[in-house]
Design a binder for this molecule. Structure first.
Ligand code: SF4
Length: 440
């Protein structure tokens, strides 16, 4: 079968990722004054990859003997294909719907895949697509023929596959220049990587990751993860891996096995993880560093425990956060801390305090975004009648999309802009940034 896998994006000056926020996607629209605009334009050039479920889907489709083309836009010869698979997201939803309608107007068959279509299938059904609910790579792993399923609106399926049953994601088809995938932590050839899926933490009420991946952690064998890293090093000269697990190292034993395997194989590669500070201790940090850990992204979210508690965000004491971040830095591991403004109980004062706390932590990078109630998450029921935006694409995590008790959209944008402007325009941050790269 000739298949076109489409991963379309709206045309904006900031970076859009469909791989973040559990596959719903985010748009890094930092702000509208000079520094935030410079930052968002720069990020767009140095940090970009398609969702992992797309890379896995392509590899499975090829394994099944299909001829697969990947594109970020509807190609001029798009009518030549037997089947179209569209990667869904909230952040480019209307753009995807337009592409589906265009294909349908020419009589094409379309599957919509991914977490957003899984949770909001009607939007994609109404445009004419058949929605595959759940993890599409596993659907294609068990199904070789799709004609009957394309007559349905929604496809549900059970499977007993494990993550290790998947072939390696087909980054060769998707990534034309691995040097452009992520330069945030150095100018290395980079690709995304997966060790685990699923997250058991209490913030599942507003977080998208557990929606698609589940709250139970599924993990790949440490040996197979390192086998894959070795494969990419040999075949694409990859030197840096961005782990896309929602929380890397939930299982300490599994992580230590992985790190030891990586050390024993002497691959000499680096990697970046996203994790919860609670998980990290001195011993784990040491072994991860020895195995190549270059940078950690961690959610701090707010300076106010009561704001986090209200949103069911599990956190640790500020002093402990500070100590763990400094421990990482002492081991020359760069840190990117993530903060959220516009929580339901945030006020101007608490957002200001969060920005100041970020400056106090003074990590190599700080990311500020806006709290967003996402369709499909348990908390959305409380907010569905308070949504103030007209399009799904506005839910890019950089806009206030709901009626807040004390803040409005413009005030939150103002604080977001202020956060980026004042965080990155400081001598102490410039010194930290330079130092962290000298010793990395
Ligand atoms: S720790 Fe919370 S925010 Fe992070 S992936 Fe898990 S549920 Fe989501």
């Amino acid at each position: 079968m000739k298949i076109l896998v489409l991963d379309v994006y709206k045309d904006v000056e900031h970076r859009i990722s469909k791989d973040t926020s559990g596959g719903y996607g985010t748009g890094n629209n930092f702000g509208d004054t000079l520094i935030p605009r410079l930052l968002k334009k720069t990020l767009k050039k140095v940090h970009d990859w398609s969702p992992m479920f797309v890379a896995y889907t392509i590899s499975v489709l090829k394994k099944n003997g299909n001829q697969v083309t990947f594109s970020k836009e509807l190609t001029s010869n798009f009518e030549d294909y037997d089947l179209y698979i569209v990667a869904s997201s909230i952040v480019c939803c209307e753009t995807e719907i337009n592409a589906i309608k265009k294909i349908k107007s020419k009589g094409g068959d379309v599957f919509a895949i991914g977490p957003f279509a899984t949770n909001q299938p009607k939007i994609y059904n109404d445009a004419g697509a058949t929605v595959i609910l759940g993890e599409p790579e596993f659907y294609f792993l068990q199904k070789k023929h799709y004609v009957e399923d394309l007559k349905k609106k929604i496809i549900t399926f059970d499977h007993s596959f494990e993550l290790d049953d998947l072939p390696y994601p087909d980054w060769k088809t998707i990534i034309t220049d691995p040097k452009k995938v992520s330069k945030l932590f150095g100018n290395y050839s980079t690709i995304p990587m997966l060790a685990t899926r699923g997250c058991p933490y209490s913030c599942f009420k507003y977080c998208v990751y557990p929606l698609q991946q589940g709250r139970k952690v599924r993990q790949r064998s440490p040996k197979k993860i390192v086998d894959e890293m070795e494969y990419w090093k040999k075949n694409m000269n990859i030197k840096m891996f961005v782990f896309r697990d929602p929380v890397f190292s939930i299982n300490n034993k599994h992580t230590i096995e992985f790190a030891k395997e990586l050390i024993n194989r002497k691959l000499n590669v680096k990697y970046i993880i996203e994790t919860h500070l609670r998980i990290l201790d001195k011993e784990l940090i040491k072994i991860l560093k020895k195995s190549g850990l270059a940078a950690v992204k961690c959610g701090v979210e707010s300076a106010h425990p009561e704001v986090l508690e209200d949103a069911n965000r599990f956190t640790i004491e500020k002093d402990l956060q500070f100590k763990k971040i400094r421990e990482l830095e002492k081991n020359n591991i760069q840190v990117s801390s993530m903060f959220i403004l516009g929580f339901p109980t945030d006020k101007e004062e608490t957002m200001d305090n969060t920005i100041n706390y970020a400056k106090k932590l003074n990590t190599t990078y700080a990311q500020f975004s806006v709290w967003t109630p996402y369709p499909g998450t348990p908390i959305f029921n409380e907010y569905k009648n308070k949504i103030i935006t007209k399009s799904y694409e506005e839910s890019d995590q950089y806009n206030l999309v709901y009626k807040h008790n004390s803040l409005d959209k413009n005030i939150v944008r103002k604080y977001l802009d202020k956060a980026y402007r004042t965080y990155y325009f400081r001598v102490s941050w410039i010194l930290k940034f330079v130092r962290s790269f000298i010793f990395a």
